[in-house]
Design a binder for this molecule. Structure first.
Ligand SMILES: Cc1cc2nc3c(=O)[nH]c(=O)nc-3n(C[C@H](O)[C@H](O)[C@H](O)COP(=O)(O)OP(=O)(O)OC[C@H]3O[C@@H](n4cnc5c(N)ncnc54)[C@H](O)[C@@H]3O)c2cc1C
Length: 305
């Protein structure tokens, strides 16, 4: 289903992100997670795209497997980094053939495996260029996704500020370019202070960006995980309130996990109170934190699971 129809149903959406498994054992574990999360009937799930080429095929394989063996509606991430126009067209062709309806179009992180890679080689310099290409893409088969509409398109938003754009006014101009190029919704980077999200949403509206904005939620489940998150999300702020709570947990792994889940649950409850368009859970390919948050929010009320 086109993402505008999914998001246009009047209620906040709940969705999950997975990353492609690196080997058959990880794939088996992921599909156990997926079976558990499928019971929560998410509006859609998304699958990350590894920059640098190593996991390109894995994203496609996971998306097709989700499409053919589950009831889930997968949205593949796609990045500009390390791609020619012909390669992007080939990927889109395959997704169209697999019945994929939507794409999350990103700039992409520069590949670690290719130090010194020159982004000037890429056909698309910015996510807005990729959005425009996906918007106008017509598969050779002649069968466009979503009838004549083509792919629905999402883009990234950064409530705490884009890590690569120090100028916050220019950042909004670039975000607006992505929407004007044809994006249908924004999914945000993780954040730990809802104020950052509300302020970002207000700034978007002031900039004339009126597409739905889905909030990215990542429960902290360990201090090691938090350190990794800080590295990957580039610039995320970890509020003292969260750090103090984790500090109280000491080295009790189960306590730390419960503290992180409780914190994320409070965040979600606040966002739902403030009419968020959707909550997108960065699951890290695990189900327990998301399921606990669902339960605490009352979203499983009456369900036999
Ligand atoms: C929800 C979400 C999912 C993500 N999934 C992935 C994933 O699967 N794989 C992955 O590799 N990364 C992923 N990322 C990370 C993301 O790709 C990186 O943060 C990347 O650095 C920025 O992507 P972008 O889409 O914002 O790029 P862009 O919008 O292209 O921005 C990249 C840089 O270009 C600048 N810029 C943008 N437009 C212009 C313009 N018109 N003129 C001049 N400069 C401009 C921006 O200021 C910024 O510095 C994800 C991020 C989020 C929030």
């Amino acid at each position: 289903m086109h993402i505008s129809e999914i998001l246009g149903q009047g209620n906040p959406t709940f969705s999950f992100e997975f990353f492609p498994p690196a080997n058959p054992e990880a794939a088996d574990r992921l599909f156990e997670t997926i079976r558990e999360l499928e019971e929560l009937s998410p509006a859609f799930v998304s699958v990350t795209y590894g920059a640098g080429g190593g996991t390109r095929e894995l994203t496609h394989d996971l998306v097709v497997r989700l499409k053919t063996t589950t009831t889930l509606d997968p949205i593949p991430h796609l990045t500009c980094v390390c791609h020619s126009e012909a390669e992007i067209a080939e990927i889109l062709e395959k997704f169209a053939a697999a019945g994929v309806s939507n794409i999350l179009a990103l700039g992409g992180d520069p590949p670690r495996s290719m130090p010194g890679y020159d982004r000037a080689n890429d056909a698309f310099q910015h996510a807005s260029d990729l959005v425009g290409f996906v918007r106008n893409f017509a598969p050779q088969s002649g069968k466009k996704p979503n009838g004549d509409r083509g792919f629905g398109i999402g883009v990234a938003g950064f409530p705490e500020g884009h890590p690569a754009t120090p100028n916050r006014l220019q950042e909004m101009d670039y975000l607006k370019e992505k929407i004007d190029a044809g994006a249908d919704y924004i999914c945000t980077q993780l954040f730990f202070d809802n104020y950052d999200f509300y302020d970002f949403r207000d700034r978007c509206r002031l900039a004339g960006i009126d597409v739905p904005i889905i909030a990215g939620i990542m429960p902290v489940t360990s201090t090691t995980g938090m350190r990794r998150m800080a590295e990957l999300s580039g610039g995320s702020r970890f509020p003292a309130k969260l750090l103090r709570a984790l500090d109280r947990g000491g080295d009790d792994a189960e306590a730390l996990k419960q503290i992180g889940i409780h914190y994320a649950t409070e965040q979600c409850a606040g966002l739902l109170d403030q009419d968020v368009d959707g909550l997108h859970f960065y699951t890290l390919n695990r189900s327990d934190a998301t399921r606990q948050i669902y339960r605490s929010l009352g979203l499983l009320a009456g369900a036999d699971i």
